[in-house]
Design a binder for this molecule. Structure first.
Ligand code: SF4
Length: 67
């Protein structure tokens, strides 16, 4: 699984950081998302990644299967 982030859509709301501060951070300058852990491996990591995708108000994040 891989987390993708479309920076153009990020509104800097920080909901992803609240869900999983080990996986997401925000750019100091403009608040846009920084993906710290783009490849969640364990079930809890994947579950939190899914939650972050769901709560993101900008529809910035996606969780995609790696081929
Ligand atoms: S929740 Fe979405 S819009 Fe907000 S900082 Fe994270 S990626 Fe950006």
């Amino acid at each position: 699984m891989r987390i993708t982030a479309n920076q153009d859509r990020c509104v800097g709301a920080g909901q992803c950081v609240l869900v999983d501060p080990e996986a997401f951070d925000q750019n100091d300058a403009d608040g846009t998302v920084i993906v710290l852990r783009p490849n969640p491996g364990t079930e809890p990591e994947i579950a939190r990644a899914r939650e972050a995708v769901n709560v993101c108000p900008g529809r910035t994040l996606a969780l995609v299967e790696e081929s």
